[in-house]
Design a protein around this ligand. Structure first.
Ligand SMILES: Nc1ncnc2c1ncn2[C@@H]1O[C@H](COP(=O)(O)OP(=O)(O)OP(=O)(O)O)[C@@H](O)[C@H]1O
Length: 530
């Protein structure tokens, strides 16, 4: 065992920046991530390009420095100075977005698209069905929202390539997300871009909220975009109160989770009733008009198991896979190809979908991964020591059983640490109040379960702790992805028992991560060298 102070241990990686200090500005350059990002993307590129013909690659410029007076980029209370973010083109206007929308983006502090946005926006604007895959926190939400807002609502371009909506009765875009929190987060993102005057053009249809009020809002406001959870959307659709026959966009966010068995019936209803299936255009002339008349299906996730590829082929028309630097036809992918299959259950329930996807693609490169060993009864105390040692300000700790959450909160609070539990048994109102408090910094440790692993954007989160092991590498990736968003630094610590160490190591191997053993002693992170 060798003992290091945080400062000394991290020095070789990040120069003079104190690890997780929370003070001073953080830079990717100072973290030594510039070269790390380059290495990863070069490897990824090589791996991914084997056997796949790249059909469209957005013009890529030299990676540029973003920072200094441009810190307004990342909208957070303590702006993070991101020196080299994964940005590929200079501006949103280069992507063919209408000027009004570009203006709104600038007002909101978004000036430069991320890689995945640069790849996705022009492709979706060309009416392709797509699967968008890039690592957590890389900006996939705007990657699909921007092309939609270019065609739907008040920010759309003046000329619509001959497409006229006429007397709008139908909803034009349906966005499905697996959790209420993620649904509400997407709604906020759309509202932010539409501006206060046009807020009613987007309607949330999440479960747990008053259904009659949602139906009333649909009738009264005639929104262009609805965002919701599968159950509630399917319910209102089955009641005949969701006019989606002419819907042009169907977005399935966190699509691999939406393919889970529990969503099966609701997803079937949505797939069958939202817009005209692009499959209908098969055999017909491939004219732009025919394509425009069909629904465009956009599937999104950081993890794309082969079940998603299969679903996209069956639900879409010649779908494309969009990753940060390239766009390839899904037809070119096979289970043994570049997008491997993962353990996420498929809609068909096939047991062949059990291989890990190359997770360098699912996780941001700027995360540090550690594990520490303790007895089960000491896990919460180890969490407290870990938070202190890391000097973490905003922590998400995952447990596998809801019943354990309350007890853990109680123990932390007893030791003077602000903590709260978040899980599906709480009402929608309580859940959103807790999340608000966590965002505001009133809660330091959020104890939660898988509910919070997907899609939640809490940019201030600087530490993720696994108090219970994730079930597989896909779950590890989504949990870990709650920190280190959009180029920020982040740390993931898995607190396990001795017999679980081999599982942790296996996860690290599947994800190509360097998973370091550590301890927390006298307020310091202690790395245990192999
Ligand atoms: N071009 C941009 N410039 C600055 N900030 C951006 C840009 N695009 C997105 N962001 C911000 O980056 C953060 C992460 O974006 P987003 O939540 O869309 O990531 P994601 O890829 O969907 O992550 P996940 O896989 O976890 O769902 C958000 O806070 C978002 O506002």
């Amino acid at each position: 065992l060798r003992k290091f102070s945080q400062f000394t241990r991290i020095a070789p990686f990040q120069g003079n920046v104190r690890f997780l200090s929370g003070s001073g500005s953080l830079t990717l350059a100072s973290l030594g991530l510039k070269s790390e990002i380059k290495t990863v993307s070069a490897n990824e590129k090589n791996k991914l390009q084997q056997g796949v013909s790249t059909i469209e690659v957005p013009k890529r410029r030299e990676q540029k420095r973003v920072g200094g007076n441009k810190t307004g980029f990342v909208k957070s209370k303590n702006p993070v100075d991101i020196k080299t973010a994964p940005f590929a083109v200079e501006s949103f206007s280069e992507l063919g977005l209408p000027p009004l929308l570009v203006e709104r983006l600038e007002k909101e502090g978004f000036t430069v698209p991320t890689d995945v946005q640069a790849a996705a926006v022009p492709t979706v604007l060309k009416n392709h069905d797509v699967v968008i895959q890039s690592y957590t926190g890389s900006g996939k939400t705007l990657a699909y929202l921007l092309p939609i807002l270019s065609r739907v609502g008040p920010l759309r371009g003046e000329t619509l390539n001959g497409y006229e909506t006429g007397n709008k009765v139908d909803i034009e875009a349906v966005i499905v997300a697996p959790s209420r929190e993620l649904g509400m987060q997407i709604v906020r993102e759309v509202e932010k871009l539409l501006g206060p005057a046009n807020k009613k053009l987007v309607q949330q249809l999440v479960g747990g909220a008053n259904r009659s009020r949602q139906e009333e809002a649909l009738r009264k406001n005639k929104p262009s975009i609805v965002v919701g959870t599968p159950g509630r959307i399917a319910e209102i659709s089955a009641a005949g109160k969701l006019p989606t026959h002419g819907c042009r966009y169907l977005v399935l966010d966190e699509v691999d989770q939406l393919l889970a068995f529990s969503f099966r019936e609701d997803m079937k209803r949505i797939i069958d009733h939202v817009g005209r299936r692009p499959g209908a255009c098969r055999g017909e002339p491939n004219s732009p008009l025919v394509k425009r008349a069909a629904r465009q299906t956009i599937m999104v996730s950081a993890t794309v198991p082969f079940s998603v590829i299969r679903a996209a082929r069956s639900w879409g028309c010649d779908p494309l896979l969009i990753q940060a630097n390239k766009v390839v036809p899904l037809e070119s992918l096979t289970p043994s190809g570049p997008v491997n299959i993962s353990g996420t259950p498929s809609i068909t329930g096939s047991s062949s979908d059990v291989q890990a996807m190359p997770c360098v693609q699912s996780l941001p490169p700027n995360l540090q991964h550690y594990y520490t060993i303790t007895r089960i009864q000491h896990k919460v105390d180890m969490l407290r020591r870990c938070v202190h040692a890391m000097d973490a300000k905003c922590v998400i700790a995952f447990m596998n059983h809801t019943k354990q959450l309350k007890d853990a909160v109680y123990k932390l609070e007893a030791r003077g640490m602000n903590a709260a539990e978040l899980h599906g048994d709480l009402s929608k109102l309580i859940r959103s109040t807790i999340l608000k408090k966590f965002r505001n910094g009133e809660i330091r440790v959020l104890l939660t379960n898988e509910l919070s692993a997907r899609g939640l954007d809490l940019p201030e989160c600087d530490l993720v702790v696994n108090l219970g092991l994730p079930t597989d590498s896909v779950h590890y990736a989504h949990r870990a992805g709650r920190t280190g968003r959009l180029g920020r630094k982040g740390t993931v610590v898995t607190i396990c028992e001795q017999p679980e160490v081999f599982v942790v190591k296996k996860l690290g191997k599947q994800l190509s991560l360097s998973m370091q053993a550590c301890e927390f002693s006298e307020g310091n992170l202690v790395i245990i060298e192999d």
